[in-house]
Design a protein around this ligand. Structure first.
Ligand SMILES: [Zn+2]
Length: 206
């Protein structure tokens, strides 16, 4: 699976574009802003977009969803517990910044352990509440897309509505730490890391 990263919007949210090398079918994870840049990239790659996947529905992760879905017709997948944030500016926190962000209705409501198929490869859904109530990570082979759950050397904030530091640490310990050391971690903000590096050095999961 090819992984392309774009840091989008004022919050420099990592939007990931993943694509199967053979078929060029792909998915976009957390298109937070800059829909035209993301669409340009998809076109340059010659990619057929199958899914728009959301790790959670804070505004800085969903700002380009509506436009992307309208142009490409890709299926929008989000956890059941976070779906309200797609259309509720208070839930997704955009209402506090002055301009309410509205995404689109979900096509697929995700639960822990669900698997999506992409060109014969599997994208597994790991429920990791704590940053938001319905936060998820996506595991695709040896790559983990960790949203605002796990960062390089840190973890996401837990002080927004629905957040809990206990739940966040528990999610990381029970869902992510069992993964192999070599699994590459692509967070919602900042640089990539690996499970092994975080297991050894992340102060939140000692
Ligand atoms: Zn967030």
């Amino acid at each position: 699976m090819q992984v392309h990263r774009m840091a989008v919007g004022l919050m420099e949210t990592n939007c990931y574009i993943i694509a199967d090398e053979k078929t060029n079918e792909g998915a976009v994870i957390d298109p937070g802003a800059d829909s035209s840049l993301i669409l340009d990239k998809i076109e340059t790659l010659g990619m057929k977009l199958q899914y728009i996947l959301l790790t959670h529905t804070h505004y800085d992760h969903i700002g380009a969803v509506a436009q992307l879905k309208r142009v490409t017709g890709a299926k929008l997948a989000v956890s059941e517990e976070d779906a309200a944030g797609l259309t509720d500016g208070r839930w997704n926190l955009s209402a506090y910044g002055g301009s309410s962000v509205e995404a689109a209705e979900a096509d697929i409501l995700l639960k822990d352990g669900d698997e999506l198929r992409l060109s014969g490869q599997t994208i597994k859904v790991l429920s990791t509440p704590g940053h938001t109530k319905g936060g998820v990570c996506f595991l695709c082979g040896g790559e983990l897309f960790s949203g605002d759950t796990l960062f390089a050397g840190s973890v996401g904030r837990s002080d927004f509505p629905g957040g809990s530091m206990d739940a966040l640490v528990q999610s990381i310990k029970t869902k992510l730490m069992p993964l192999d050391d070599g699994v590459r971690v692509y967070p919602g903000h900042g640089p990539a890391t690996t499970i092994g590096r975080e297991r050894a050095g992340n102060p939140y999961i000692r």
